[in-house]
Design a protein around this ligand. Structure first.
Ligand code: AMP
Ligand code: FE
Ligand code: FE
Ligand code: ZN
Length: 292
């Protein structure tokens, strides 16, 4: 048997703060999680650990457990693939360098998209910057917020369904490593990688079994199957693959504050799975509530 469990449920392992594309500061997000009755929350902003300090302080203050994490952007051709990383060393030189490269690539890509959108709509790069936090990871959600502020669309979802959709012609991808590199980087930094929302486009467009096997070999820990954007079609097939390759199943909300309909704790992870995840991590420690 391992160590005695020091966290409580419910466990939500995927959330975003204003350090990336969520709408609440990390501390406010953690307080919202406590108010929603969660016992354990992972902070997983896109390509940055900038929210860890604020999130940790808030978690200690309100007495819930924080699992420091990140959602790493990776890509296979034109398809973006998200890899969640937990409890890695935030000072690991290679991971730091790669996330900087991704954030720079995201910024350049956003600028290029805004330039093209600006030909047809009243929208400037300053409008978009006004929607981001200093040093935060820039994404399409911030372009969406700027479009909302200018009155071009009603909300983020409308922006994604219209102007920001690849079909509208303004979309372009940003720099990102491939998923195998992502998994290796997270493991090399002592962290634990989980494939985020792996079946949002159905079985036909999901990761092929051979590629999943390679990721499992490289140290992939689990699949985030309990997530609202996963399609039901193919989920059982993926559960079978998880079993075959010894991958654990996680569940989470992917909460973005007011930026998405996803609510804290709407999907959760089995505490036994989090025990196993923590046991494999060597890069950083969970922030546990002070013991009485
Ligand atoms: P990007 O990584 O810059 O291409 O933007 C993708 C991000 O936008 C994802 O991480 C989602 O969290 C967010 N997103 C995608 N679709 C929507 C939507 N319909 N409404 C709000 N946010 C969305
Ligand atoms: Fe996001
Ligand atoms: Fe994601
Ligand atoms: Zn996410």
């Amino acid at each position: 048997m391992g160590e005695e469990r020091r966290f409580t449920g419910p466990v939500d392992l995927h959330t975003h703060s204003s350090v990336s594309d969520g709408t609440e500061a990390p501390g406010d997000l953690v307080r919202a999680a406590a108010a929603a009755g969660l016992g354990t929350l992972a902070l997983t902003d896109h390509d940055t650990t900038a929210g860890w300090a604020d999130g940790s302080a808030a978690a200690s203050a309100v007495g819930i457990t924080l699992i420091p994490g990140m959602e790493l952007s990776t890509r296979v051709q034109m398809t973006s693939v998200h890899v969640l990383g937990y409890l890695f060393d935030p000072t690991d030189a290679e991971l730091v360098a790669e996330t900087e490269r991704i954030r720079t690539g995201r910024r350049e890509r956003a600028r290029a998209m805004v330039e093209r959108i600006g030909v047809d709509y009243d929208l400037t790069w300053e409008d978009v910057l006004a929607q981001t936090t200093t040093g935060g990871t820039v994404g399409r959600p911030h372009i969406a917020d700027a479009l909302v502020a200018r009155g071009h669309v009603e909300n983020r979802s409308a922006a994604f369904a219209g102007i920001l959709h690849w079909r509208a012609g303004y979309y372009q991808p940003h720099y990102a490593p491939d998923p195998l590199t992502g998994v290796r980087l997270i493991r090399a930094a002592g962290g634990v990688p989980v494939l985020a929302h792996p079946i949002t486009r159905g079985r036909a467009r999901a990761i092929p079994e051979e590629r999943l096997a390679v990721l499992a070999d490289a140290g992939l820990f689990g699949l985030e199957l309990d997530h609202r954007e996963n399609e039901v079609e193919g989920k059982e097939w993926m559960r079978g693959l998880a079993k075959r390759y010894g991958l654990r199943i996680t569940g989470s909300s992917d909460y973005h504050g007011q930026g998405k309909p996803n609510r804290l704790g709407e999907n959760t992870t089995d505490p036994d799975v989090l025990d196993a995840l923590i046991a494999e991590a060597t890069g950083s420690a969970p922030v546990y509530p002070a013991s009485e």
